[in-house]
Design a protein around this ligand. Structure first.
Ligand SMILES: *Cc1c(COP(=O)(O)O)cnc(C)c1O
Length: 425
């Protein structure tokens, strides 16, 4: 069995049973079935507070990146802590409104915002649009003019740095679609007065995700600050400086920088500056606040390899297939079962439907449960209905209380809106 050395304090074995805070995972599974995501309220709060505390001398606006986990109970938990949101779609805007987020703490990024999404965000009076191109800027100006409103804009600049992370979650180089190159961005700032309905007063960067060292962040932040300095010399006032998200977490044996260490490096760079700092952590807050529980169906052995087949698939948790991501796998009940080396796979008809390759796992009895750790970010939110599978349930635990906060999708949910036209009947 993989040894349980994972630093998620609110998921611990008690008397041989994995618990989330004060609740046995097995008792949740008994009522809700599998697969199921389980979130710890306490971990969510503590991870949010770690960032708030580390940076408190500049009291940043902390916008939780909703794309990491948009479960309403998770969002509400963070709203109670004073979080704002980094949103990337009209749907996420509606979720922010639904949980009564402070709209003055909402930043909206995305390389492609539709007219409807822009109008909705203007109507909701969000704090700021993080704009990723000149055509987008012109469109927001046109819409704001039509609505007779003035909106705040930060330009997402592309600092052209390589972040040492998976290519699919690296965003800060000019080979990627994100942000505006520095020269174009500078031109826009100098020409800002020609946009009558925009206050172009912010600079935004986000160089990627699951970055465990501070060096790439510092390179990007320094580049962005030099950019700000040059603008200020030309009389452009910057009121918001948004350093994005991207802080890495422990999945396996990473040693990511702590919030405190990050703050120790970043804060000195911001000394004496008048702008308000915005941060957009996603994974850091939610990643280790959630686990994903699946049932072992059976093991098969083809003479070359063993496969442990579970009832969850890549449609439920795509990170291993999409990013080659590692998730620790442990049994729900501490097990004396012999350890085997196998691929842990789902039932989906794709060779990529693998949660772990050649992993040592306890060969628990068929029908028993396994837990994939660190599944609170980019888990449920990326689930799909591939192979006509309903998405799993989600549960939140707070102390010894727990609740289903997203029902398991039924077949009826899956075919809602589908129809066969008369001419095919
Ligand atoms: C994804 C994203 C984030 C959050 O990234 P994490 O690695 O989860 O912290 C923040 N800002 C923007 C613009 C993003 O696209």
């Amino acid at each position: 069995m993989s040894t349980y050395r994972h630093p998620i304090h609110d998921f611990q074995y008690k008397a041989g049973e994995l618990c989330c805070e004060g609740v046995k995972v097995s008792s949740i599974v008994k009522k809700v079935g599998t697969p199921v995501y389980i979130y710890s309220h306490k971990t969510l709060v503590e991870h949010f507070q770690k960032i708030r505390e580390a940076f408190k001398s500049v009291s940043p606006i902390i916008c939780f990146a909703m794309k990491a986990n948009s479960n309403l109970a998770v969002l509400k938990t963070l709203v109670h802590e004073g979080a704002g949101f980094d949103i990337v779609s009209g749907g996420e805007l509606k979720k922010a409104l639904l949980v009564k987020a402070d709209m003055k703490k909402v930043a909206y990024a995305s390389v492609g915002k539709t007219d409807e999404e822009i109008m909705a965000a203007i109507r909701a009076e969000i704090l700021i649009f993080n704009v990723e191109s000149k055509p987008e800027l012109k469109n927001i100006e046109r819409i704001a003019a039509k609505m007779k409103r003035t909106v705040q804009v930060a330009l997402r600049i592309n600092p052209d740095v390589q972040a040492p992370t998976h290519d699919k979650i690296s965003t800060g180089s000019l080979k990627k679609k994100f942000g505006i190159d520095l020269k174009t961005a500078r031109g826009i700032f100098l020409d800002r007065r020609s946009y009558n309905h925009l206050r172009i007063n912010g600079v935004h960067i986000h160089i990627g995700s699951q970055i465990t060292e501070s060096a790439p962040f510092l390179v990007a932040i320094k580049k962005a600050l030099a950019f700000v300095d040059a603008l200020e010399r030309d009389g452009v006032k910057i009121e918001y400086f948004d350093i994005g998200g991207g802080m890495g977490i422990v999945y396996k044996d990473e040693a990511p920088q702590t919030a405190e260490a990050y703050a120790r490096k970043v804060l000195p760079l911001l000394k004496g500056r008048k702008f308000r700092l915005i941060m957009e952590p996603g994974r850091f807050i939610a990643g280790n606040a959630g686990v994903f529980v699946t049932k072992k169906l059976y093991t098969k052995d083809n003479g070359v390899k063993k496969f442990m087949i579970v009832d969850a698939g890549m449609n439920d948790l795509v990170r291993p297939s999409m990013y080659g991501a590692y998730h620790e796998i442990v049994p729900v009940k501490k097990s004396k079962a012999k350890v085997i080396v196998c691929d842990v796979v789902g039932p989906i008809c794709e060779s990529a439907d693998v949660f772990a390759h050649d992993r040592k796992v306890a060969d628990v009895k068929d029908g028993e449960f396994l837990v994939l750790l660190s599944a609170g970010a980019y888990g449920y939110v990326m689930a799909s209905n591939y192979n006509v599978r309903g998405r799993s349930a989600e549960v939140i635990v707070k102390g010894d209380q727990w609740a289903v906060v997203q029902q398991r999708e039924t077949f009826k949910d899956l075919i809602a809106g589908a129809s066969i036209p008369e001419f095919l009947k």
